[in-house]
Design a binder for this molecule. Structure first.
Ligand SMILES: Cc1cc2nc3c(=O)[nH]c(=O)nc-3n(C[C@H](O)[C@H](O)[C@H](O)COP(=O)(O)OP(=O)(O)OC[C@H]3O[C@@H](n4cnc5c(N)ncnc54)[C@H](O)[C@@H]3O)c2cc1C
Length: 442
């Protein structure tokens, strides 16, 4: 068995784990840090950013579903889900401070400056996407240019791809959490990829380390501090296997669906995803411009019925309005002897609000010129599995569990759904935790 002793172990390299790793590695505290990531680094593989690649580095080849049939894309690789995200950024909402006394604003502002977060210039937001925003404005909805973790100037190909690829960015324009891991490695972080943590080790209510397998070989790493950042599904599973049975009871997903319609002009398929958005916080819905990538489209539509899959030939003329719902906490993530199950549907209240949002989206598409007979909604999907190890439930506001020095720092800590892009909030939480861990280490 591989064994090691260090100061801090971090599990998972999504925005939560990668940010804590980078902040601690850069700090003066001089801590020994090991980052354990279940997946591998795919960024230099020729398959990265391709359809086969997208299937290889996602859980169950992207066919992971809840018992109720919601699909979940769950990337398992260095950088976590930021390897496949749409690079949208939203500042933490005021309720973090007002309801939970967690002030993330300064951390978010610092991140916005560091990573150059801003909307794409108008010329790069996509003609058809901009027509959707204009149509919504005609109906009295003030859509805003969506902030992006995206720098066209960093692209190797002059942004010729338009950053349309949600399967993994090959041109370098999208920020990926793996870049924070690279920085941490340069500062001395010990990175293990292919290392899957199965259990947390603890003794007398205090964390002692982790146990897992690296490429099939068992390992134990002993540490004074363990930070669990395996994501909204991974973190509750590890906690359950470690004896913390409350983890994974209830979750949110920012449950999502898209409303599509055929336009008499070129659709949004070749526009960057989500360049314009609109938040209706009274209803608890975020709208944005989005369509499934070309090859994913018929697969997603088949789940609705063969008739919908036959709309694939008009993909190039399709407009899409995405609806992200602030869904209520419900369902569960549960570890089984082998694997896990997820139950997550929509409550009655969720269903009513989705129905209302679908009508609004259809109105916008009609206004944008879509043929009303071609407008339909896609099946539901869970895009942001979160809220499975919630602040105020299993965690203190400093993200500590009932086990001393065992922290959680990822989407699972959300006390309620954001109905917003999650990554900037997760980075902010991680920066805050890194500060707390450094102070505690002194
Ligand atoms: C297609 C798609 C588009 C999205 N678009 C956006 C967007 O535009 N903007 C936005 O803000 N958000 C977006 N999101 C959501 C966002 O990417 C995630 O909410 C966010 O990455 C979650 O961060 P995390 O740190 O909680 O976990 P993750 O990013 O999921 O990272 C967790 C990591 O832990 C690893 N892991 C899991 N189990 C173990 C284990 N047992 N041992 C070791 N390692 C383990 C995983 O391999 C993974 O790398 C999108 C998500 C998807 C799937």
């Amino acid at each position: 068995m591989l064994q090691k002793k260090t100061d801090v172990v971090i599990i998972g390299s999504g925005p939560g784990g990668a940010t804590v790793a980078r902040e601690l590695a850069r700090s003066e505290a001089g801590l020994g840090i090991t980052l354990l990531e279940k997946g591998r680094d795919w960024r230099r593989s020729p398959l990265y950013g391709t359809y086969p690649g997208g299937m290889m580095y996602t859980d169950k080849a992207s066919f992971l579903t809840t018992q109720e049939g919601l699909t979940i894309v769950r990337p398992l690789m260095l950088g976590g889900a930021t390897s496949m995200y749409c690079a949208c950024a939203a500042r933490p909402l005021p309720w973090w401070r007002d309801k939970y006394n967690i002030d993330l604003d300064a951390y978010a502002a610092e991140t916005v400056r560091e990573l150059g977060i801003a909307p794409l210039p108008l010329s790069l937001r996509g003609v058809a996407s901009t027509r959707i925003a204009d149509a919504a404005a005609d109906l009295g909805m003030d859509w805003f240019p969506q902030d992006k973790f995206m720098q066209p100037s960093h692209s190797h190909n002059g942004f010729a791809c338009g950053a349309t690829c949600m399967l993994g960015c090959r041109c370098g324009a999208k920020w990926n959490a793996a870049q924070f891991v690279d920085e941490a490695v340069r500062e001395g972080l010990d990175l293990w990829t292919g290392a899957s943590v199965e259990r947390i080790l603890y003794d007398n209510g205090r964390v002692a380390g982790v146990w897992g397998k690296k490429n099939g070989k068992p390992f134990a790493i002993y540490a004074d501090v363990v930070i669990l950042a395996a994501g909204g599904i991974g973190s509750p599973l590890i906690l359950q296997r470690s004896g913390l049975a409350g983890a994974g009871r209830g979750m949110t997903m920012d449950t999502t669906l898209m409303v599509y319609g055929r336009a008499p002009y070129k659709g949004i398929g070749n526009d960057p995803p989500m360049t314009w958005s609109y938040a209706d916080d009274e209803l608890g819905v975020l709208y944005s411009t989005l369509i499934d990538p070309w090859l994913n489209y018929p697969i997603a539509m088949l789940r609705k019925g063969p008739r919908y899959a036959t709309t694939w030939p008009r993909w190039g003329q399709t407009l899409g309005v995405m609806i992200k719902l602030k869904d209520e906490i419900s369902g569960y993530v549960r570890a089984k002897k082998r694997g896990f199950t997820i139950s997550k549907g929509l409550t009655l209240n969720d269903q009513q609000r989705v129905a209302q949002a679908e009508q609004t989206a259809a109105r916008i598409l009609r206004k944008a010129g879509c043929d009303p007979d071609t407008i339909f909604s896609t099946p539901l999907r869970g895009t942001h599995p979160s809220g499975t190890v919630r602040i105020g439930g299993m965690l203190t506001t400093n993200l500590e569990t009932e086990i001393q020095n065992l922290y959680v720092c990822d989407a699972s800590v959300f006390p309620e759904a954001l109905a917003r892009p999650t990554v900037l909030t997760i980075i902010s939480l991680a920066k805050r935790l890194a500060e707390f861990v450094q102070i505690s280490a002194w």
